[in-house]
Design a protein around this ligand. Structure first.
Ligand code: ZN
Length: 741
């Protein structure tokens, strides 16, 4: 596994098959698809950033890279993708094998180009869309979190504010001390033209100038734009005073009714306003939602409290009356936002469902952030929001306006991407007829992306079976090139180029090579994204059966056994934990959806779809560490046998972190032993898991929920839910292979 992590450390990529099955038949026998999890803007401190434009192949447009064959005498390079011979331009005249440009250094398979022309930095734009149909207590939590966030905004960023409940209110921040708002009916969708008209964008009134703002389009003057989007440094006071005055939605709610909440109309107004003011510039709509949407085209439930909010069962039986209409609305909103290059971030904080399942498409296609918590007062929300604006080494590295493109050797096609992106519908010979996720394209839009954003690419090998003789003679390397154009968090435009080469094998005797190149963690994560995707789009799909079949095929293809002797079965160490991953995936929140609400499932899957391999593995198979006086902290099996009175356990299931004190430890703690000087060792034992949990929490977004509990306490269920009940499991005599590690 270490060598795969080393490759990830160089290129930000993990592939399920690092030796690629070389023919269509071979690839289909391998069950797990040829695939890659790629983190396009993973930070690499030693990666060169070149201050010039890349050289491109004049035939296929791929970028010069270390795998190009260079003829220094003739000043020619041969493209590894299409074998085109390209002349170097005059400014490369001095190159030789002693004087290589950085992009030809063998170790710089990942490199960035910084465009000298577009060095001007567009300010980031934040449009806050705030739910006011919430109780006073939640309102107070939300106001305090927002005012803290406003204080952390970069000074040059532009800020706007929309609030909503029964109505949508667009706040004019450029009016200084006189608060002015424009109200829109929540039940009706507002078109962009209606919006512009109603807000008087074309009235020729003299306005106090607040400086020139880039992005004036649609014939809008910078003065009109500056009424609604102001530099953070100029409007902090105005914003804070509006927030202070902000009241919960004043419309009375009958006792048998839900609050009126027109989430979709508010988001549509926000999108149109940004579309008019700053199209094509990195802008984020940050939506803070405190309850179910009950009004407008994206409503998920009626106001009548006797109608329950849709469950997985309702969705399964197709008896959720609002669901399809709402999803259709958000699909259209996603399209609009992708076209404008804008991001939708969702902060959903309520005990009820708010409609994350319906909103998912708009958040995911635009690469938005999502946080789900029970309350605006919960640390999961508060700390996550702070994390968004935090600078320094835990910076999320929020970037925008990304376009992702790929090139491959001609025997490879792309089925699609599972992850936070939208197809740019660039069809070509590279596109497979089989579509997975965002497919039928070789270019994707990444409106929002950050250092963690990880895309899962699914490939198809199209080479037909060939006689062995020709295998020997032709090149046995496949090449992949990933190109990511994006607006760096500093504002400048960058192009990241990652070029990969992987050996392919085919025919008898190739199995050992395939095994040696199998990255079981990456494979498990690809299967998790695939099974989640299939559950969402394929009616009648049976995930358990599909996973079981996959595992059986893998074992029969790659396992060693003598016929008729099940006990002779063994798997290479390369595959040894893959069955265990499948076992945990079967019972994970991604597959066992009935334990959760549709909002929770949508949330878990959105995070799975954007995280890297290491983080996703923890979501599938939580890690459990045991702390005791007898030994240093050590990983232990996810089994109730791990529980002991004199142990502390630290469970990390990604979304939740549990510190669990065995009963003796809990007694000692309650007796305050850790405060007594003679029991320093106990104080240290108690502190160690806290420190480790803190380190995990600091690194993670969204911030996980921390549960500290004692054996036999009610909160202990957070741990027990993730453990095998070993007593019954081991004693039935049918101990399956999959629980061995
Ligand atoms: Zn080429």
């Amino acid at each position: 596994m270490a060598e795969f992590m080393e490759l990830e450390g160089q290129d930000g990529v993990r592939m399920a098959w690092n030796v690629v099955p070389g023919t269509k038949q071979e690839a289909s026998n391998c069950v797990v698809p040829v695939s890659a999890i790629y983190t396009p803007i993973k930070p690499f401190p030693s990666m060169p950033v070149l201050p010039y434009a890349p050289l491109r192949c004049r035939n296929c447009r791929s970028v010069l890279n270390p795998f190009s064959i260079v003829d220094f005498a003739a000043k020619i390079w041969i493209c590894p993708f299409c074998f085109q011979r390209n002349h170097f331009p005059p400014h490369y005249a001095s190159i030789s094998d002693e004087n290589l440009p950085a992009e030809l250094f063998p170790q710089y398979t990942t490199i960035e180009y910084q465009s000298p022309r577009e060095a001007s930095s567009l300010p980031p734009v934040f449009m806050f869309v705030v739910d006011t149909s919430i109780i006073e207590e939640e309102m107070a939590f939300l106001k305090s979190a927002l005012s803290q966030a406003i204080g952390l905004l970069p000074d040059n960023s532009l800020v706007g504010l929309i609030t909503f409940g029964t109505l949508v209110h667009v706040h004019e921040l450029g009016f200084g001390t006189i608060p002015k708002t424009y109200a829109f009916k929540g039940s009706k969708d507002v078109s962009k033209d209606q919006l512009l008209e109603q807000m008087g964008f074309f009235l020729n009134k003299p306005k106090p100038s607040t400086g020139v703002i880039a992005g004036a389009r649609d014939g809008l003057s910078s003065e009109s734009i500056a009424r609604f989007l102001l530099p953070a440094s100029d409007c902090e006071f105005a914003l804070n005073s509006i927030l202070e005055e902000l009241q919960k939605d004043p419309w009375p709610i009958p006792v048998d009714q839900r609050a009126s909440r027109c989430t979709s109309t508010a988001l549509s107004v926000a999108a149109s306003l940004l579309g008019a003011c700053v199209p094509g510039s990195g802008a984020r709509i940050m939506a803070f939602i405190g309850g179910p949407s009950t009004e407008g085209p994206g409503a998920i439930v009626s106001k009548n409290l006797s109608e329950p909010i849709r469950s997985h069962k309702d969705l399964d039986k197709d008896s959720a009356p609002h669901y399809h209409k709402a999803v259709k609305f958000y699909e259209a909103l996603a399209k609009q936002l992708v076209h404008q290059g804008h991001v939708l971030d969702l902060f959903a904080c309520a005990l009820d469902q708010v409609g994350v399942a319906e909103l998912k498409v708009a958040v995911e296609r635009t690469g938005g952030l999502v946080v789900l918590a029970e309350s605006f007062g919960h640390s999961v929300f508060k700390d996550s929001l702070r994390h968004v604006f935090q600078s320094g080494d835990k910076d999320l590295g929020l970037s925008s306006n990304g376009i992702f493109e790929i090139n491959c050797s001609k025997d490879i096609k792309v089925q699609g991407i599972l992850g936070p992106c939208a197809s740019l519908e660039k069809k070509g010979p590279l596109c497979s007829d089989t579509i997975v996720g965002q497919g039928s394209t070789s270019a994707w839009k990444l409106c929002g992306l950050d250092q963690a954003t990880s895309l899962c690419l699914i490939f198809e090998i199209v080479k037909k079976d060939i006689p062995d003789a020709t295998v020997q003679s032709s090149s046995n390397q496949f090449y992949f090139q990933f190109l990511t154009y994006y607006q760096h968090s500093t504002g400048e435009m960058r192009l990241r180029v990652t070029t990969l080469s992987r050996r392919w094998v085919a025919g008898p005797g190739s199995i050992q090579d395939l095994i040696a190149g199998f990255d079981q963690e990456a494979a498990a994560v690809v299967m998790a994204r695939l099974v989640s995707f299939k559950m969402e789009i394929e009616a009648e799909f049976d995930p358990i059966r599909w996973l079981d079949k996959t595992l059986i095929h893998i074992c029969s293809r790659f396992g060693d056994y003598q016929k008729d002797s099940p006990s002779s079965f063994s798997l290479s160490p390369r595959f040894s934990i893959f069955p265990q991953f499948m076992f945990h995936l079967r019972r994970s929140q991604f597959v066992q959806v009935f334990n959760n609400s549709p909002d929770e499932t949508a949330y878990f899957r959105m995070i799975l779809n954007r995280e890297n391999v290491a983080n996703s593995v923890v979501m599938i198979q939580p890690s459990l560490i045991s702390y005791s006086f007898q030994s240093v902290p050590e990983p232990t099996l996810l089994d109730v046998a791990a529980i002991a009175a004199d142990r502390i356990l630290l469970l990390d299931s990604y979304f939740t972190i549990v510190i669990f004190h065995g009963s003796t430890i809990a007694q000692w703690r309650k007796a305050g032993y850790h405060n007594q000087p003679e029991h320093q060792a106990f104080a240290q034992l108690l502190q160690a898991p806290r420190d480790d949990a803190d380190a995990i929490i600091k690194d993670r977004f969204p911030v996980p929920r921390l549960v500290i509990c004692d054996q036999h306490g009610s909160q202990a269920r957070f741990l027990l839910a993730k453990l095998n009940p070993s007593a019954t499991y081991n004693s039935d005599g049918h101990h399956p292979e999959i629980s061995k590690s």
